[in-house]
Design a protein around this ligand. Sequence first.
Ligand code: 3IO
Length: 334
Amino acid sequence: TLAILALGLAACSGADKPAEQKTEAVTLSYANFPPKITFPCVQMERWAKEVNARTDGAVTVNTFPGSTLLGAKNMLRGVQEGQADIGCLSLAYYPGVFPCTIATNLPVGFSSATVASLTLWDLFQKYKPAEFKNLKVLTMFTSAPSNVMSKEPLKSLDDMRGVELRGSGSLLRMIEIMGAQPVGMPMSQTPEALQKGVVKGLVSSLEVLKDFNFAEICRHETITNLPVYPFAVVMNLDKWNSLPESTQKVLEDLGREQALWTGQYMDKHIHEAIEWSKEKYGINIYELTEAEQAKIRSKGQGIIADWKTEAAKAGYDANTVLGDVMKLKAKYEA
Ligand code: 3IO
């Protein structure tokens, strides 16, 4: 009876490994471009903690927020070349590089970061697009729908005419459509550009009012429900291939969960940030008229048409990809 019991225990703990042979310890570096308190870094810390716990301490993740290891624009190459093991990419900062997954940056009217993040993750899983070749995608998520934050009140499209607004990706075209002056730069350069007056406002999700203290300088917010910004967390492929199978499984099992966690964190944090900004700075919030919103939506169709051309050139069946985005969006909004 004892022998049978011992065999059973051995099988449960993995019979091919002696019990004392633990998974080899590994330390991974994880680079991020914005400051530590912002949502890409909050999700990074959560991921690092979960990975350490779920590997029973075998994997330690050293995090580098605030562009201390890699910045917004050299993140992709830095991870490909192994300067960091893991990096957090804002896909809109790399025009033309991610023709498939950038579909989630189109003006399709996502209602939340949770819906958009799960849509992006599922889209990636379906297509496994070549745009991420030589990388392991660990998780993906998005910001919440983008709105205008500005120094002066921009209550109408008339008010926006010629006003320099910072954005990236499709948001640059949306800024142009609204009649404002688009200025492209990563989020990490925006505090300085606002300070210096190079831009009069920005277009992104509203939690930055609190996390970058933009509410102090941008007291006026115009609700526009513009596109979300998609992100990918990627690992150097050689590093991935060097990891034990058991560790790889932990990381793979965390991918979708982390996308959901981050979307939910963002959606909740937006509300906190708006309340905080109202109390601390008395920010003003404006809505465009229905006619102005309809005009923006209608002109946004041109961005979708141009994306289709680009995606087709890259070898994708653009109508099917966009159809998948719309189907997933409807599924997660239900
Ligand atoms: C973003 C990027 C860094 C820190 C906080 C943020 N909130 C929303 C974004 C989206 C983005 O990449 C951008 O450039 O607006």
